[in-house]
Design a protein. Structure first.
Length: 215
């Protein structure tokens, strides 16, 4: 069985902010599952993307509200507000300009690339953005690199050498995202690229799958 870290650094359990939990009831259920798996803390990384324009001003109050409900329900999970930043030209320059970076543990920033269609990056160079984040005092964490259909081994090495930490999604190796991501996850694991594990929990389907491998 997978040995889990003390905290989940990637989840979408805040209600109604993105394509994760939609209601407070969903949120309480998903947070309850994270606590049942043994996580003590959860970094709430709602999407900051083209579709979901979240900023610290949306996630911080949502996190506080959910924390109150968790405390009331006796669910032992401490929430930490943050965001999952998609490196796309429609949002990233504005995020940088407006200082909407909300790191966890002082400097960790979860960044995501397009799953398919790398042309969506347009003039954004992820390796350059990673180097710039590090120069500015942040530790960029690349969300689920195994899911990027277009990424080559050389490309992974380039991002790793630029200083990105890699975050694997729980269940990738077990095939939750299909055979391609499973194969890439295994290779990245064997090469020693990963330093974070996260659930990327969005909904009950995720929880049902995690229940099978964790409980
Ligand atoms: Fe995510």
């Amino acid at each position: 069985m997978e040995r889990l870290p003390k905290y989940d650094c990637h989840c979408h359990i805040l209600p109604g902010l993105d394509d994760g939990a939609q209601t407070m009831e969903d949120s309480l259920y998903l947070a309850g599952r994270l606590a049942a798996y043994g996580f003590e803390r959860a970094v709430c990384t709602s999407h900051s993307s083209f579709l979901f324009r979240n900023t610290p001003s949306t996630v911080i109050p949502a996190c506080e509200r959910l924390q109150e409900e968790l405390d009331r329900a006796g669910i032992p999970l401490k929430l930490i507000p943050s965001l999952e930043y998609r490196l796309i030209p429609e949002t990233w320059p504005q995020i940088r300009r407006n200082e909407w970076l909300l790191p966890w543990e002082g400097n960790h920033i979860l960044v995501e690339l397009p799953i398919s269609h790398p042309e969506k990056l347009m003039d954004i160079d992820p390796a350059a953005e990673i180097r710039q984040l590090i120069a500015d005092g942040y530790q960029p964490v690349l969300a689920h690199p195994e899911r990027y259909e277009w990424a080559t081994k050389d490309y992974y090495k380039k991002l790793f050498d630029a200083g990105a930490a890699f975050q694997r999604n729980l269940g990738s190796i077990e095939g939750f995202y299909g055979p391609g991501p499973a194969e890439r996850a295994l290779w990245l694991l064997q090469e020693g690229f990963y330093s974070f594990l996260g659930t990327d929990m969005h909904n009950r389907k995720y929880a049902d799958r995690f229940d099978k491998i964790l409980l």
